[in-house]
Design a protein around this ligand. Sequence first.
Ligand code: R5P
Length: 308
Amino acid sequence: MRIFTGNAHPKLGNAICNHLSIDPGRCEVGHFADGESKVRILDDVRGLDVFIVQSTCPPVNEALMELLVMVDALRRASAKRITAVVPYFGYARQDRKHEGRVPITAKLTANLITAAGVDRIVCVDLHAAQIQGFFDIPLDHLYGSPVIKSYLKDKEYEDAVVVSPDVGSMKMAHGYAKALGYGLAVVEKRRLTDMDVEAGYVIGDLKNKDVVLVDDMISTAGSMASAIAIARDNGAKSVTVCATHGLFVGPAYDRLLQAKPDEIVVTDTVPLPPAPEGLNVTVLSVAKLLAEAIMRIHHNKSLSLLFV
Ligand code: R5P
């Protein structure tokens, strides 16, 4: 077995290797003078079970192309099986035609990864679970929630309620509420543009509660910032924000500084841009979860116990 990592998130790749007590596979991943991706695998991989850890996170096109080129190199070097470990799967929000003459880029991305020669794929918290069906190869869909839930378990909230910042994350919020024994509420949100949302009202009682907002990702933080404001307006005692993927792009940190959550909890599926002073950000690692998944895939063992 060999585990390689591209440039998207080498820290996570190395942490996974640490958990498995193996050295990362040696490769050169860079650019030609004109910017094209340049890859050279330095280890012999003939007949081996190979894993590539590469989140397709911002800059998404760069990370995706690097992944495709690495797969091609490994395929041509006669790897027996190639598994793409993509903790954050970019383009996932373009998963349907919501208006005329727009692409379904999540499907295109799945096609590209498969055509490059990937045999199976591992993802964490796909934006929409149906994206699994965009792949005609086995896909293992893991969740960041076991990692976040075990962190929340140690909190001494007096009266906590899990709040979904929109209807789409309701199922995830329900899972947290059930596992932790918290109440459940939802914010009604409308998306105006890719950068802006408008949060309307809240269904549920937040007065004097410790509010735990959960979502799959924080991108520009429009959704979370407006949900925090609504929680405060409805009398929340404290507001903790949890998300598996902390992208924090564009105005995200400014919006969160203004919204002032008590704590932001994310995992390390993507590398975090340095947080400004004034934001209390906790980063939990999914390295152990992914290491266990890789080991189980390698030994053809079930992954179900990783889902709780
Ligand atoms: C939306 O459906 C997702 O679950 C997230 O709420 C959203 O993508 C987060 O984006 P932003 O942080 O830009 O509001």
